[in-house]
Design a protein around this ligand. Structure first.
Ligand code: ADP
Length: 462
């Protein structure tokens, strides 16, 4: 069974936390225990040294005697703590001996310690070891003391309690840390998975055709934000495509309706004998049909450009030479309208798809010719400006109403001026121009000239 990302992340966090905490606790435990044992060992050695020093002070050189009462007190006190004392005088005589004094108690203390240490620290393999200390008074040897205690070290009840308490504290800290790690892991996992879950929901909605939802970009994780952004972008472009598809259908229907209705009414009138099929009427029908076929071929061109998503075959293109060659292709139309045309500026080379840029210039020049008055002037200019190769075409024609300047690049858009003069085509030429220029990373803008007529400026990156 596939696990959920959240479960995986939480479990992963918990596991890592568990291992880390376990290792830390283990290391702390070992270290503390070791240090504590070292400390205890030192303590025992120091205590035994101190004991020997205190005992030698109990010899009075003046009377050459030992303070037996004090020595007895000290011996019993030490015995309680597990130190067994045997004190000899200089001549080898026993002054005080814990075992002789109270043998039963002495063995009881020793057995308790041995039993406890064998149980708790069997690995130490310890036993009672005797350490001998010579006793001096004013640099004269006055006796000798044997102090036996459990070696290498032994732990009292208090010591064991201390170690137990320490271990318990570590355990509690460990448990709390694991709980904390699991909780933090869950929160973190939720933090990561929530945007992913939302993205999954959104993509589900998108595949159902609902393109209007957008995800908020509010996570603190860059990759997740990028994912959200990509999905939003996907939704946007799908919405745009869908809108374009819908608009295209209605636009095409709208564009076809008028010429078809005209042809149909003409033919109907002829069939019903209302009209004579005169050459003039037939040629009107023919013109409408030609309009429809132009529209269809324009649509085909546009579809081809948009479908190919414009695979450009770029090479260095001299805009000036290209403009001249485009102009020569329009000689017939120019002559017919008695227009004056010229190419000005200089040679500018841009990386571009020559055939496409030819199409751009051709469409713009065709419009300029189409919308120019008889005897007008058309100027093509090629120049370089701010890292762009500029191609500009100016005419003295009918111009474009200011408020429609931004709309003329839309598919099927025609201004009323062009419509009334029956000069316009289907309103696709500029849409094609814009697609091509944008695919090159450039821009195309239209403006009205102050004198009269319009100006189109194409900027292509150098
Ligand atoms: P069309 O086939 O109608 O010329 P375009 O897309 O080429 O389609 O142009 C869209 C509209 O922009 C035209 O119908 C016209 O109204 C306007 N237009 C284009 N070029 C010019 C121009 N040089 N002068 C005046 N109007 C223009």
């Amino acid at each position: 069974m596939k696990k959920r990302l959240k479960t995986r992340l939480s479990a992963g966090f918990a596991l890592i936390a568990l291992i880390t905490i376990f290792l830390i606790s283990l290391a702390a435990n070992l270290l503390i225990n070791k240090e504590f044992e070292k400390y205890i060992k030192n303590q025992q050695e120091t205590f035994s040294n101190d004991l020997a020093e205190a005992l030698q002070l109990q010899y009075d050189p003046g009377t050459e005697s030992w303070n037996l009462e004090y020595i007895h007190g000290m011996g019993m006190y030490a015995l309680n703590d597990g130190y067994i004392i045997k004190l000899y005088a200089n001549n080898g005589e026993i002054v005080w001996d814990a075992e002789n004094h109270d043998m039963t108690y002495c063995h009881q203390v020793m057995n308790t310690i041995i039993a406890r240490m064998n149980e708790e620290r069997p690995e130490l393999n310890g036993n009672f070891v005797t350490h001998s200390y010579p006793l001096y008074r004013n640099d004269t040897l006055v006796g000798n003391v044997d102090i036996s205690y459990y070696s290498p070290y032994y732990l009292s009840d208090d010591d064991f309690h201390f170690i137990d308490a320490l271990n318990r504290i570590l355990l509690v800290i460990g448990i709390f840390s694991v709980c904390g790690a699991v909780a933090a892991g869950m929160i973190f996992a939720r933090h990561i998975t929530l945007p992913i879950t939302r993205t999954i929901q959104l993509t589900g909605e998108i595949s159902n055709g609902n393109y209007d939802i957008r995800l908020p970009r509010n996570t603190s994780i860059r990759e997740l934000n990028e994912l959200t952004e990509s999905v939003n972008h996907l939704a946007e472009s799908l919405a745009a495509q869908e809108a374009m598809r819908r608009r295209l259908t209605t636009d095409v229907a709208h564009e076809l309706r008028t010429p078809l209705a005209n042809v149909a009414s003409h033919l109907e009138a002829v069939i019903e004998g209302v009209w004579e099929p005169t050459p003039r009427r037939l040629s009107e029908c023919y013109e409408e049909i030609i309009r429809i076929s132009h529209l269809v071929s324009d649509l085909e061109r546009l579809q081809q450009i948009e479908n190919e998503n414009l695979t450009l075959h770029k090479s260095p293109v001299d805009l000036f030479a290209l403009a001249q060659s485009v102009l020569s292709g329009f000689e017939a139309g120019i002559c017919e309208k008695k227009l004056t045309c010229s190419v000005t500026g200089g040679h500018v080379t841009v990386p571009a798809d020559e055939e496409r840029i030819y199409q751009v210039m051709g469409n713009l020049l065709s419009n300029a010719v189409k919308y120019s008055h008889e005897g007008g002037k058309i100027i093509l200019t090629v120049k370089k400006e701010n890292g762009f190769g500029i191609f500009m075409i100016e005419d003295e024609g009918i111009g474009i109403p200011q408020e429609e300047l931004s709309l003329i690049f839309e598919r099927f858009y025609r201004t009323d001026l062009s419509r009334s003069r029956k000069t316009g085509g289907a309103g696709i030429g500029l849409t094609i121009v814009k697609s091509i220029v944008q695919a090159h990373g450039g821009t195309v803008t239209a403006e009205n000239r102050i004198e009269k007529g319009s100006r189109f400026i194409v900027r292509l990156p150098l």
